[in-house]
Design a protein around this ligand. Structure first.
Ligand code: PBG
Length: 329
């Protein structure tokens, strides 16, 4: 009589497997990161992110129309700021005619229903490549959050649906929420990078925006005084619960693959939507290994995205969004 249970019965063929499948990815799951540069007709491939590009505004319009036609309904905007506009105050970040502000309008103009999320942090605007203002070798917290709130307001005025602070300063969600409320932007949401780790997987992104911390006297070499220590788990829960208290609508774990334990911890703890950012280094690893013929690209992409969702992500920011949608349709 043994065995009464044969688990392989439910794996007999694809029809049965499809019937009992627990995790299914769809276009609704994705947030598409977009890198934007000044100029006309610019489509620059990022060296460490093969197949991913920086676009000028005219081509962004085309790109978001294509995304929309594929069922992708949400974008996360990043801008590459010309070197001569960088400083230690984030002045250009507040320019109502800045590249980010024009990008928001361009996307909203092209597809009004597209959800526009914007990166809020000073690193693309910082002469030092840091997410905040530097003084005496330190990244100042409260001076930075004041600018981040103004930056968020500027994005809201340009038409952003969600601002996405990725800086990990203390108290920034409260500062941003308060200013948005005071100014009447009750419906502008906040997606907080609430558990963002000081990860070595952000390298290709910093190439894309030319935003790595610079080697200079009295400047921190890395982001470890604000981003989290990869060794810590309880701290992710503390950070995230605080951001929810301060008014975050959506919270996030970043990077993805190495942090799926944190994703599950948070999914079991919080009752707001949880995003996961599958970052540039994760993209680069898959591209490099499959270029060498060492991995089956398409299968690995879908397996990783499925694993991120299975761990508890309600949405995934991923450079693979377009490729994944093509593969599943
Ligand atoms: C900057 C920011 C980073 C990423 C998103 N926003 C880099 C960093 O913190 O240095 C990384 C995204 C990626 O690697 O794909 N605030």
């Amino acid at each position: 009589m043994y065995p009464l249970r044969r688990n392989r019965r439910l794996r007999t063929n694809e029809s049965i497997r499809a019937m009992v499948r627990e995790t299914i990815i769809s276009p609704n799951d994705f947030i598409v990161p977009l890198f934007i540069v000044e100029g006309k007709n610019v489509k620059d491939e990022i060296a460490s992110m093969p197949g991913y590009f920086r676009y000028s505004l005219d081509l962004i319009e085309k790109e978001v129309k294509e995304l929309w036609s594929m069922g992708l309904k949400s974008v996360l905007l990043f801008v590459k700021v010309p070197e001569n506009l960088k400083d230690n105050a984030g002045k250009e970040a507040l320019n109502p005619e800045g590249l980010m502000q024009r990008a928001i309008k361009t996307v909203k103009n092209a597809i009004p229903e597209m959800v526009v999320m914007t990166d809020v942090a000073l690193d693309p605007y910082s002469a030092y490549g840091h997410d905040g203002i530097i003084a005496n070798g330190k990244v100042l917290n409260d001076d930075t959050t004041a600018v981040l709130a103004e930056m968020s307001l500027s994005h809201a005025k340009a038409g952003a649906d969600f601002v996405a602070p990725s800086d990990m300063m203390d108290g920034r969600i409260f500062e941003i929420r308060s200013l948005l409320e005071d100014e009447g932007f009750h419906d502008t949401g906040i997606m907080s990078y609430s558990a963002k780790y000081a990860s070595a997987f952000y390298g290709p992104f910093r190439d894309a925006l030319d935003s790595a911390p610079v080697e200079a006297k009295n400047t921190p070499r890395d982001k470890k005084t604000y981003q989290m220590d990869p060794s810590n788990r309880e701290e992710a829960v503390r950070e995230t619960l605080m951001d929810i208290d301060e008014g975050a609508d959506i919270v996030m774990v970043k990077p993805g693959l190495c942090y799926l334990d944190i994703v599950r911890d948070l999914r079991n703890t919080v009752n707001v939507p949880l995003a996961v950012y599958q970052v540039s280094g994760e993209y680069a690893m898959i591209k490099a290994a499959s270029e060498k013929g060492w991995l089956d690209h398409d299968a690995v992409v879908l397996e990783q995205l499925t694993a991120i969702k299975r761990a508890g992500a309600n949405m995934i920011a991923s450079y693979f969004a377009k490729e994944a949608v093509k593969l599943i349709s």
